[in-house]
Design a protein around this ligand. Structure first.
Ligand SMILES: Nc1ncnc2c1ncn2[C@@H]1O[C@H](COP(=O)(O)OP(=O)(O)O)[C@@H](O)[C@H]1O
Ligand SMILES: [Mg+2]
Length: 246
């Protein structure tokens, strides 16, 4: 579904992503792992158009999308979540999802105020909030949610774009065991009919969810394969040990 060739991004001469050839199979859940600073978030920013590559090619469904703007890539069915939570404390969950749907459809105010479209968006919002187990909190301001629920709301906002390819940057970061388990269930549910790429440090999550793992180090692919294979790879073990003693 997605393929990069020689994809590189440098910041003032520093190669954050360096000649990466990545292939994401349609329908898979694919993990990107690697020590802090390996280039995972930069790679996400390149794949979603938030950064322009220094060199290399990105193909989506066989079409060259290199250098396209974020909204053009989103229109082709790619949505992402961010590593940092980015919600409006005072807006309700319903308002958040409705804004995301409005952004997706690019409809003006007049369309939105018609009786029929209001009803349709209300139903779609209820459905999306139910999908992430937040249906009962639709009228609650986002600021009063627990941390795990905020991350679930962000997932709903990405789903509101009806993505075929969903990119999740550290979806379980900062979560306790219970929220991690709930997030694994959520991702299992939303992966139906979709392709999912996630940056993830929690190896239980990687082991439970993923078909394929790519390990990045210093902006390059260090190892790749099914989880069981990659986790026993001596180069991968060394990369992680290297981080813990650094
Ligand atoms: N906008 C930027 N300007 C300069 N350096 C950056 C920028 N974004 C990331 N970097 C650097 O690129 C490297 C990779 O960062 P990042 O992609 O965030 O890593 P990861 O997500 O794997 O922890 C780091 O050394 C980081 O400091
Ligand atoms: Mg990161």
């Amino acid at each position: 579904m997605l393929r990069t060739r020689g994809l590189s991004k440098s910041f003032s001469g520093f190669p954050a992503v360096n000649e990466v050839d990545l292939s994401i199979r349609r329908g898979s859940v694919h993990a990107l792992v690697g020590p802090n600073g390996a280039g995972k978030t930069t790679l996400f920013n390149l794949l979603t158009g938030f950064l322009k590559p220094s060199s290399g090619v990105i193909e989506l469904d066989g079409h060259d999308v290199t250098g396209m703007r974020p909204e053009q890539i989103a229109q082709r069915g790619v949505a992402r979540s961010f590593q940092i939570t980015s919600l409006f404390e005072e807006l309700t969950l319903r308002e958040h999802v409705e804004l995301a749907l409005q952004g997706r459809d690019g409809q003006g105010h007049r369309f939105w105020s018609s009786e029929k479209s209001l009803r349709r968006y209300r139903e779609e919002t209820d459905h999306l909030l139910a999908e992430v187990d937040l249906a009962s909190q639709a009228e609650t301001p986002a600021g009063s949610l627990a941390y795990g629920q905020k991350r679930a709301l962000e997932l709903a906002l990405a789903l509101a774009l009806s993505p075929r390819l969903l990119l999740l940057d550290e979806p379980t970061a900062g979560m306790g065991v219970e929220d991690v388990a709930r997030t694994i269930d959520l991702i299992q549910r939303v992966r139906q009919d979709r392709t999912v790429v996630l940056v993830e440090h929690n190896m239980k999550v990687v082991g439970d969810l993923t078909d394929q793992v790519t390990v990045l180090q210093f902006g390059k692919i260090l190892a790749e394969g099914p989880y069981e294979q990659v986790r026993n790879d001596p180069r991968v073990i060394t990369a992680y040990l290297g981080e813990s003693v650094a």
